[in-house]
Design a protein around this ligand. Structure first.
Ligand SMILES: Cc1cc2nc3c(=O)[nH]c(=O)nc-3n(C[C@H](O)[C@H](O)[C@H](O)COP(=O)(O)O)c2cc1C
Length: 205
């Protein structure tokens, strides 16, 4: 039976992959989280930031005055599915101890997006593959996202780190991380369907 918010509509789960490498480890893991969400009854959709051409924030702060970004680009197209989805699966590979440029541009544009609709209460699964076998290499990137998501009132339900995933296709061979990803999708949907029972962290990184 589909997980539903407040006894009404099925939970919607939106995957957003910030890797420029199509079909790479981020895409695979985001898709796996979404598969778990679908098994739990969610309606799922997936977007790739590299296909959306989201411009970096210009720092003009027009959005503060008008509630709207001066750039009408791929971010505009993302706002509606983001607003309608109770679960976000946000994925980026680790690039130079941070997220990719595409993902950081997306995050900076939240400055305008939060004036369009509240992020509060969104359930978020973070996904981050990295070449390093030491997961602590991702601690700064995950820490930045934790602080940012906390600032906007969204709730991380799970963090899926994929250390040692350097080559394209490595994620498909890693049964352990695939299983965690699938569980995380189902978990986020259950949390979205029962917001009063939310937890804030899993401390996996
Ligand atoms: C420009 C660039 C920078 C990278 N920087 C790091 C890094 O700082 N630490 C790390 O562990 N892996 C790093 N990697 C490896 C990627 O995180 C890894 O290959 C990841 O699985 C790529 O995910 P994708 O297949 O979704 O693109 C880097 C890769 C690239 C291309």
């Amino acid at each position: 039976m589909a997980a539903r918010t407040k006894g009404k509509e099925a939970v919607a789960a939106l995957g957003i992959s910030g890797s420029p490498r199509r079909g790479g480890n981020t895409d695979v893991l985001v898709a796996e989280v979404l598969a778990g969400a679908a098994e739990a009854g969610a309606k799922t959709a997936k977007k790739r930031l590299a296909d959306l051409a989201i411009g970096p924030c210009r720092g003009c702060c027009a959005c503060v005055r008008t509630g709207k970004c001066v750039q009408d680009d791929g971010m505009t197209d993302l706002l509606s599915p983001m607003e309608k989805s109770g679960v976000w699966v946000l994925g980026s590979p680790l690039y130079w101890w941070g997220p990719t440029a595409q993902f950081k541009a997306f995050v900076d544009r939240w400055f305008g997006a939060i004036r369009k609709f509240p992020f509060k209460g969104k359930k978020v699964v973070l996904v981050m593959p990295l070449g390093d076998t030491d997961p602590s290499a991702a601690s700064h990137a995950i820490g930045m996202l934790r602080r940012g998501l906390d600032y906007v009132g969204a709730e991380i339900t799970d963090v899926i780190l994929g250390p040692g995933l350097g080559d394209k296709g490595d994620a498909r061979k890693n049964v352990g991380v695939l299983r965690k990803a699938r569980h995380a999708g189902a978990h986020a949907v259950r949390m979205a369907a029962k917001p009063s029972q939310s937890r804030t962290t899993n401390g996996r990184e």
